[in-house]
Design a protein around this ligand. Structure first.
Ligand code: 13P
Length: 284
């Protein structure tokens, strides 16, 4: 199965109302683990990278690792750049081979965000790539991007005008979710997804997936959230598995056995989400 586009994956999921997990990977081991999970349950998959991961590994190395692992996979896989306010990083990733990008202009005025998103969409199209748009930030700082303040929420009309003007391929609306671990249960606004989809039939993106209940996921997916972002859960799983292994094996000097333990934990976590999101068995 060749690497496919984000649009292929999301259009299919949106039409059939299942969600596709977008896991924020941190290295080759986690790329391998989430792809192995997708193969295990026959699910399409979005491998997602933060700007921090791109900058720490280098776009070229990260892309080559993704490609080497994803190309032989027997399920559809795509590579997406998460929240990126930096146009230079957007350009670097598109030139390197990323299939899609989230240009995060949420700190800009909607007018300026619209202007720049139109440019990013044109740039992406030249590479055969796709774009996620957003006008409202997602609460919570993740990998150095974002804010702990509640985002400004714009009227539906303004969001629809942004979608019409920019022709982005999917959209991340503010619906009460946040990045990181929820201190208290979030107050969600699922109706906003329904209202947006009624006005513009476009796959919506659910940010801040870690910590939501299966019921909340399934309700939001049924309303049109076709891409579901999971970052914190992967990091917690990876680090908990590391701590557990080191505590159980304080004198062992064998890194590969640690790697096997980390991979198994991340793979199991990913499989659980793929089953909850209804994408298991949907690979083509
Ligand atoms: P979590 O860290 O809450 O899983 O959110 C992930 C996300 O939305 C990445 O953009």
């Amino acid at each position: 199965m060749p690497i496919v586009s984000l649009k292929d994956i999301l259009d299919h999921a949106f039409a059939e109302r299942y969600g596709v997990a977008a896991f924020n990977v941190v290295n080759d081991l986690t790329i391998d683990a989430v792809i192995a999970a997708a193969e295990e349950v026959r699910s399409p998959l979005i491998v997602q990278t933060s700007v921090k991961t791109v900058n720490s590994m280098g776009a070229d190395v990260l892309y080559q690792l993704f490609r080497a692992i994803a190309e032989p996979a027997r399920v559809p896989v795509t590579l997406h750049l998460d929240h990126c306010p930096d146009r230079e990083v957007v350009t670097r990733c598109l030139q390197t081979g990323w299939n899609s990008v989230l240009f995060d202009g949420s700190a800009l005025t909607v007018e300026e965000n619209t202007r720049q998103t139109i440019e990013v969409v044109a740039e992406a199209r030249r590479h055969g790539a796709h774009v996620e748009g957003e006008i409202e930030g997602v609460r919570g700082v993740e990998d150095g991007i974002g804010s702990d303040d509640a985002p400004q929420v714009y009227p539906i009309e303004e969001a629809v005008a942004f979608l019409e003007a920019t022709e982005v391929d999917c959209f991340a609306p503010a619906i009460g979710t946040a990045h990181g671990v929820y201190a208290t249960a979030p107050i969600l606004n699922p109706e906003r997804v329904t209202q947006l989809v009624a006005r513009k039939a476009l796959p919506m993106v659910l940010h801040g997936g870690t910590g939501l209940s299966a019921t909340a996921f399934q309700d939001l997916i049924a309303r049109g959230c076709a891409k579901v972002n999971i970052s914190t859960a992967l990091k917690v799983t990876f680090l908990d598995a590391t701590r557990e292994f080191l505590a159980d094996n304080p004198t062992k000097q064998d890194p590969p056995s640690l790697f096997r333990h980390q991979r198994a934990a991340v793979k199991a976590m990913a499989e659980e989400y793929l089953n909850v999101f209804g994408s298991a068995g949907k690979a083509w």
